[in-house]
Design a protein around this ligand. Structure first.
Ligand code: UDX
Ligand code: UDX
Length: 436
C-alpha cells in the first residue's frame, strides 16, 4: 500500500484516484472546487463515466479513498502527488498552464516530507522542468522532491478499462530512483512500462494524440473520395485494419474528432513546432480537414432536402463529443448546430446523458428528453454521436414521425441498404457504393 495524493478530480484525476485506491493504495484526492468535493463525499459524481460511481463508492467505503480541499491534509504522509488539473487551450493555441502552476506552488508550500510529483495532465514539452523550478522556488524550506511525467491515455467513456488494462504506461524522469518508484506503483497493471526522460515522455503523449487525430482526418479525407468513386469507407477501413502496420482502431470516418484532448493537443503541438521555427504542415491540415467536416453538414442537408434550410426543423441525434460521456468540450454538435441556425434552420437536439450540460452551450437549440418527441415533425435527422441507443431506434416509428424521411448519418451507424428499403432518404459518410 502506498500513500498517494491526486490533485484535480475531473475526468482524469477522479478516475486515477479511484483506480489507484482500488489497487489497494491509500488515496486522498484534492480539488479546489469545494462543491465538487462536498458532493464526492456524499457519493455524487461530478461527471458521467461508466463504472466510476461504483468504484468511488466502494473505495470510499473501504477507507482507501477520501476527498479534501486542503493541500496540507492531502499531502500528509503522501509519497506521490499526481497533478491532474485541466490544461485547456490558451488564447494563442498553446496550453494554458495556470492551474498546473497553482498546483505546483500549493504542493511546494504544503509538503512536509520528500515527495515524487507526477504530471498526469497533458503539458507542453519542458513543463516538468518548469514545475521543478516552481516547486524549488516556492518551498519555504528545502525538502527533497522529484518531478516525473506519467501522461494519461484514458478515453472518456472507457477510462476505467483504459486505466486498468493500459496499452503501456510511460514514465519520464531524469531521476531514475523516482521513475522506478512510479513504475512500481503501476506494476499491478502488468502493462509494458516505458521509462524515459521527462521531455520524451511529454512528447510521447502529444505524439500519440496527434497521430490518432491524423488517422481519423486521413480516413475522413478518404471518405469524401470513396463517395465519389463508389467505394465504401467502412469496408476500406476494415480491409486496411487487418494490416498490423496500420491497425484497426481510429479509422472510423464521420463528423470528425472533438473533445477535451485531440483539439487542444494537436493545436498545442503545432504551436510548439511553430515556436521553434518549424512549419507543422501535417498538423495544420489534420485540423483543417477535421473542422471542415462540421462545416459541410449544412451543404449535405441542403442537397438531401433539395433546397434551403430556412425554416426547416433539423433534429440532432447526440450532442456529447462521443458516446458514453456527458462531456461537451469541443463537441462537433456545437459548431454543427450553430451553422444550421445560421442557415435559418430550427435546430432540435437529444442526448441520453449530455442534455443538461449541452443546454446552456446551445441556447437557441430546443433540447428534448425523448428522441421520438424530438423526431416529431422534423424535416431531417442528423446522427452526430453514435450512442448505442440510436443504433436500435424504432426506425419505422421514426419514419412515421418525421415530416420528410431524411437521415444524414454522420457516424455510419445504420445499414444503407436497409434504410433505403424502408423508404428513407439516407446519406452516410463515405459509402458511395452502398449508400447511393
Ligand atoms: C485532464 C488533464 O488535466 C488534461 O491535461 C488532459 O489532457 C485531459 O484530462 P480533465 O480531467 O479533463 O483534464 O480536466 P477537468 O475535468 O477540467 O478537471 C480538472 C479538475 O482540476 C477540476 O475538478 C478543477 O476544479 C481541478 N483544479 C483545477 C484544481 O483542483 N486545482 C486547480 O488549481 C485547478
Ligand atoms: C483521447 C485519447 O484517445 C486518450 O488516450 C486520452 O489522451 C484522452 O484523449 P477521448 O478524447 O476521451 O480520448 O476519446 P477518443 O475515443 O480518443 O475520441 C476522440 C474523438 O475522436 C471523438 O470525438 C471521437 O468521436 C473521434 N473518433 C474516434 C473518430 O471520429 N473516429 C475514430 O475512429 C475514433
Amino acid at each position: 500500500m502506498k500513500q498517494i495524493c491526486v490533485i484535480g478530480v475531473g475526468y482524469v484525476g477522479l478516475v486515477t484516484a479511484a483506480c489507484f485506491a482500488d489497487l489497494g493504495n491509500r488515496v486522498v484526492a484534492l480539488d479546489v472546487d469545494r462543491q465538487r468535493v462536498e458532493n464526492l463525499k456524499k457519493g455524487i459524481m461530478p461527471i458521467y463515466e461508466p463504472g466510476l460511481e461504483e468504484l468511488v463508492k466502494r473505495n470510499t467505503k473501504g477507507g482507501r479513498l477520501s476527498f479534501t480541499t486542503s493541500y496540507a491534509e492531502a499531502l500528509k504522509g503522501a509519497e506521490f502527488a499526481f497533478i491532474a488539473v485541466g490544461t485547456p487551450s490558451g488564447v494563442d493555441g498553446n496550453a494554458d498552464l495556470q492551474y498546473v502552476d497553482a498546483a505546483a506552488r500549493s504542493i511546494a508550500q504544503n509538503m512536509t516530507v520528500p515527495l515524487i510529483i507526477i504530471n498526469k495532465s497533458t503539458v507542453p514539452i519542458g513543463t516538468g522542468d518548469w514545475v521543478a523550478d516552481i516547486v524549488k522556488s516556492a518551498q519555504p524550506k528545502p525538502i527533497d522532491f522529484a518531478v516525473v511525467s506519467c501522461p494519461e491515455f484514458l478515453r472518456e467513456g472507457s477510462a476505467i478499462g483504459d486505466f486498468m488494462s493500459p496499452h503501456r504506461n510511460v514514465i519520464g524522469s531524469l531521476d531514475k530512483d523516482a521513475a522506478n518508484k512510479v513504475a512500481q506503483l503501476h506494476l499491478p497493471l502488468r502493462s509494458p512500462i516505458v521509462i524515459t526522460d521527462l521531455r520524451t515522455a511529454e512528447m510521447i503523449k502529444y505524439a500519440s494524440n496527434a497521430f490518432l487525430a491524423t488517422k481519423i482526418s486521413f480516413m475522413n479525407e478518404l471518405a469524401d473520395l470513396c463517395e465519389l468513386v463508389g467505394a465504401d469507407v467502412k469496408e476500406v477501413a476494415a480491409g486496411m485494419g487487418y494490416d498490423a502496420r496500420i491497425g484497426r482502431h481510429f479509422l472510423d470516418a464521420g463528423l470528425g474528432w472533438g473533445g477535451s484532448c485531440f483539439p487542444k493537443d494537436v493545436e498545442a503541438l503545432a504551436y510548439m513546432a511553430k515556436e521553434k521555427g518549424l512549419n507543422p504542415r501535417i498538423l495544420h491540415q489534420v485540423m483543417e480537414v477535421n473542422y471542415d467536416r462540421r462545416k459541410a453538414v449544412v451543404g449535405h442537408l441542403e442537397k438531401l432536402l433539395n433546397g434551403s434550410l430556412q425554416g426547416k426543423a433539423i433534429g440532432l441525434l447526440g450532442l456529447a463529443f462521443k458516446p458514453n460521456t456527458d462531456d461537451m468540450r469541443d463537441a462537433p454538435s456545437i459548431d454543427i448546430s450553430n451553422s444550421l441556425l445560421a442557415a435559418g434552420a430550427n435546430v432540435r437536439g437529444y442526448d441520453p446523458v449530455a442534455r443538461r450540460i449541452a443546454a446552456p452551450l446551445m441556447p437557441a437549440v430546443e433540447i428534448f428528453d425523448d428522441v421520438y418527441k424530438m423526431a416529431q415533425g422534423c424535416d431531417a435527422l442528423v446522427v452526430v454521436t453514435e450512442w448505442n441507443e440510436f443504433k436500435q431506434l424504432d426506425l419505422e416509428k421514426v419514419k412515421g414521425l418525421l415530416k420528410c424521411p431524411v437521415i444524414y448519418d454522420g457516424r455510419n451507424i445504420y445499414d444503407p441498404a436497409a434504410l433505403k428499403t424502408m423508404g428513407f432518404t439516407y446519406r452516410a459518410i463515405g459509402r458511395g457504393f452502398n449508400g447511393h
